[in-house]
Design a protein around this ligand. Sequence first.
Ligand SMILES: NC(=O)c1ccc[n+]([C@@H]2O[C@H](COP(=O)([O-])OP(=O)(O)OC[C@H]3O[C@@H](n4cnc5c(N)ncnc54)[C@H](OP(=O)(O)O)[C@@H]3O)[C@@H](O)[C@H]2O)c1
Length: 251
Amino acid sequence: MKIVVIGGSGLIGTKLVNKLRQLGHEVVAASPTSGVNTITGEGLAEALAGAQVVVDVANSPSFEDKAVLAFFETSGRNLLAAEAAAGVGHHVALSVVGTDRLLQSGYFRAKMAQEDLIKASKVPYTILRSTQFFDFMGGIAQSATDGQTVRLSPALMQPVVSDDVAAALADVTLGSPVNGTIELAGPEQFRLDELVRRFLSAHQDARQVVADVHARYFGAELNDQSLIPGDNPRIAPTRFEDWLRRSRPQK
Ligand SMILES: NC(=O)c1ccc[n+]([C@@H]2O[C@H](COP(=O)([O-])OP(=O)(O)OC[C@H]3O[C@@H](n4cnc5c(N)ncnc54)[C@H](OP(=O)(O)O)[C@@H]3O)[C@@H](O)[C@H]2O)c1
């Protein structure tokens, strides 16, 4: 199959491209670095010519409210129009578990807009909604840091490692469109403040994590349902401690 991975140079994109190539597929890793830009349209029609499946794992360079909404709306519109013109038979997108419960956040309003465009288009689709990546704990800490303090909600979460997300996406990519949403989560639940504390401690980071039920997660207040999947998620195998042991800096 010819498969185009939009955002093919990113964290998930790189892993997905490698996996699909190992399975023998013709994969285009498309992103601005390789001359394919879903905002300007540059290189899009050429990349999509003859493709059966397009996987969208691009992310916005800015998380500022207006910029991120403009990114996902413009990118989604241009991409879906180019796919319809090229006769692409399956659009796969990576989104986030709980997006519809996190609409106080500009980032999640933008992800919701991305999902709505997909559902309104005529291209058959599958949306994979994943929970937070283990690899994103540093980014979460950074977004909640003020001086030496990291203020985070103690809400429940069920994070997953990026390698397992790429594996699940590869599976979805090679399957038939479900015209619906599949959820993916890791094997264990944690409290957000506690997990970031463990991550920082393993990286000898001296910042103090303070639990605060009103602390906002990218603009949204959380409760114990916000980040947790529904009844039938796919459960990825990798445990947080095993990943942390492998990824922490060697002394
Ligand atoms: N972080 C989490 O915990 C989490 C959880 C669930 C779902 N997700 C979703 O996972 C997706 C992928 O995240 P990631 O962390 O793998 O992203 P990432 O590493 O930040 O990579 C972003 C990718 O988007 C590409 N890109 C940026 N602007 C583009 C444009 N105009 N046209 C085409 N491509 C463009 C970049 O290309 P260049 O390298 O060429 O700039 C890069 O390949 C996101 O949609 C995110 O919402 C994330």
